[in-house]
Design a protein. Structure first.
Length: 310
């Protein structure tokens, strides 16, 4: 639904910060969103964390929520369930899409069941026979928490010597880990906005991998948008949209992929509340088609005007 009058949104809570491992990124995203919405006349106000947000909503202070809480609590279905129970409209995916995509293992299981390409993987818990897992997948692999984002707790592992430290790091964040085949190739992401894909981005970090530093700190990471041309671009965007819908996601989000040396596309994960910082990818893709940051925030806020129970 498209609108032109900011008053139709009512008083908007920009939910930011929180207490997840991605708090600092969420604060940066939230500040940007808040400034953009206010520049367009939206009556928007910051609210830090879920308890404060729910108190304000129960008191009737806000008409809807622009959710920019990254990570656990804000992106995993918990907040979405509370907002649906209160009958408060919000941006982004509902309970199912949020909970499923925050769980990397279950998301990949859905993709496998749907016949969508994703790297081979194993859901690992402490005490399992790690040697058997590695024998099945073979090096190199990626070790990461199943329920985190923003490259938190991720290690690329090339031999047995690096494996114990990788498992220990990922276990700080989650009891269930995902050990995944490492696809050798180029990293891509495709943003989805209200049911349509934006141009792909080919991410070219200065270092070997697109880690937390390359995402949020480094100024030398290259972003090529569109990342592909012609049929290859159309194919990747179509796959990303299928993966997004298959995982129950809606509204807006981002699908991360790898493209191997033979031109094959491999689905990695879905982000239902992507970053909106100065380094973030959805704003870069939107800008490539003439949607500047304030208009992007407006378009995302418009997705809250649909069915509250979606």
């Amino acid at each position: 639904m498209r609108i032109t009058d900011p008053q139709l949104f009512g008083r908007v809570a920009v939910a930011l910060g929180g207490n997840s491992a991605e708090r600092e990124v969420s604060l940066a995203s939230g500040r940007n969103v808040l400034e953009a919405l206010r520049s367009l006349g939206v009556d928007a106000h910051p609210v830090d964390g879920i308890p404060a947000l729910l108190d304000a909503l129960r008191a009737g202070h806000f008409a809807r929520v622009f959710n920019i809480l990254h990570g656990r609590g804000g992106e995993d279905g918990m907040l979405q369930g509370a907002l649906q129970a209160l009958g408060v409209p919000f941006t982004g995916s509902g309970v199912l899409g949020s909970a499923l995509t925050m769980d990397k293992v279950r998301t990949k299981e859905i993709w496998v069941a749907k016949g969508l390409p994703t790297p081979r993987f194993h859901a690992y818990r402490k005490g399992e026979d790690i040697a058997a897992v590695i024998a099945e997948l073979r090096y190199p692999v990626i070790v990461k928490p199943s329920h985190e984002g923003s490259s938190v707790g991720i290690t690329h592992v090339f031999d047995d010597a690096d494996l114990p430290a990788a498992l220990e790091l990922a276990s700080r964040y989650d009891g269930e880990l995902i050990i995944e085949e490492l696809i050798v190739g180029d990293e891509f992401t495709v943003a989805i906005l209200d049911g349509e894909t934006l141009p792909s981005i080919n991410i070219v970090p200065k270092g070997e991998f697109y880690d937390y530093h390359a995402k949020y700190v480094a100024e030398d990471t290259q972003y090529l948008c569109p990342g592909l041309q012609g049929a290859a671009e159309e194919e990747m965007r179509a796959l990303a949209l299928r993966a997004f819908h298959a995982s129950g996601a809606s509204g807006w989000g981002r699908v991360d992929l790898m493209r191997d040396r033979s031109g094959g596309n491999w689905l990695i994960e879905v982000n239902t509340t992507p970053g909106m910082t100065s380094h973030s990818l959805v704003p870069k893709a939107a800008r490539a088609v003439g949607i500047e940051f304030p208009q992007l925030c407006w378009r995302i806020l418009e997705t809250s005007l649909g069915d509250v129970a979606a």
